[in-house]
Design a protein around this ligand. Structure first.
Ligand code: G1P
Length: 288
């Protein structure tokens, strides 16, 4: 059973500057909850009990968000605001949240390497905060947990992308004659040039990894973008262990992309009882 998850949250958030100068991108709100809370909830809903957030300088607001706020809670209770008290108190219930600071931003592979002590030799989940999912039937990461239980090896959550977008992702190379939905891989390549893309199967920010990955992350040279890439370490690990991919079933939002972020706000707003009617009217009035 996968009980531990790692959520890297140490990036600069350059796509959302200038707001990310003062607000960690992981706290950008989908109306009234930050994006990272959805990622944490996804892990909790998949049965994960211990979550390590990899943070960096200027990210203390994330730690505050998942902490109790005694002063605010006391004030709300003294004013009989029980509903609001519940809102601020019941965040990330069901898991222990741990933190570590990545002292220099050397890439995703380097961020995940910071989790080695926490992971302590167990298979674990990785969830990237820019990718938000509304899973079909079950949470995105739970789908991979279930595949892991069948294959007992690392599993990359994937999605099919248009050829022109392959250069934005880690792209999978399947073994010959594989029939889905669980595909054994023979390679992965981080952000290939479009003309060199070996497939359109892109890594979608969800992974189940065996702890073997750390043997490779510890000495992983820099790759694409001059960063230590998780994808490159996964490729080297394939020399020792099998690695599989599985297409995640559900809707994905790349909340690092402004249009996807706005779409997430609209879709989540349309799910909220107190907003949906007026929001729908507003959308209709704009599309005239
Ligand atoms: C990272 C990974 C990449 C993956 C992507 C998914 O890239 O390195 O393999 O496909 O997340 O969102 P980033 O978007 O951080 O550059």
């Amino acid at each position: 059973m996968i009980k531990k998850a790692v959520i890297p949250a140490a990036g600069y958030g350059t796509r959302f500057l200038p707001i990310t100068k003062a607000l960690p991108k992981e706290l950008l709100p989908i109306i009234d909850h930050p994006t990272i809370e959805y990622i944490v909830s996804e892990a909790i809903d998949a049965g994960i009990t211990d979550i390590l957030l990899i943070v960096s300088a200027n990210k203390n607001a994330i730690i505050d968000y998942f902490d109790y706020n005694m002063e605010l809670e006391t004030i709300l209770l003294s004013k009989n605001r029980h509903y609001e008290y519940g809102l601020v108190r019941n965040i990330a219930v069901g898991a222990n949240i741990h933190y570590i600071r990545q002292r220099e931003q050397l890439g995703l592979g380097h961020a995940v390497l910071q989790a080695e002590t926490f992971v302590n030799g167990e298979p674990f989940a990785v969830l990237l905060g820019d990718d938000m999912y509304v899973g079909k039937d079950k949470p995105a990461i739970k789908q991979l947990v279930d595949v892991f239980e069948k294959v007992n090896a690392s599993v990359l959550g994937t999605m099919e992308v248009e050829l022109k977008n392959t250069s934005k992702y880690g792209i999978c190379i399947p073994m010959e004659n594989q029939k889905g939905p669980i595909i054994e891989l023979k390679g992965v390549i981080e952000k290939p040039k479009v003309e060199e893309a070996p497939s359109r199967s892109a890594i979608g920010g969800r992974y189940i990894l065996t702890p073997t990955i750390f043997e490779y992350l510890r000495n992983q040279p820099k790759g694409a973008g001059n960063e230590i890439q998780l994808t490159d370490a996964i490729l080297r690990m394939m020399g020792k262990e099998k690695v599989y991919s599985y297409d995640i079933q559900g809707k994905r939002y790349d909340v690092g992309n402004k249009i996807d972020y706005i779409e997430a706000i609209l879709d989540f707003g349309l799910q909220k009882e107190e907003l949906k009617e007026e929001l729908q009217k507003l959308i209709n009035s704009k599309s005239k």
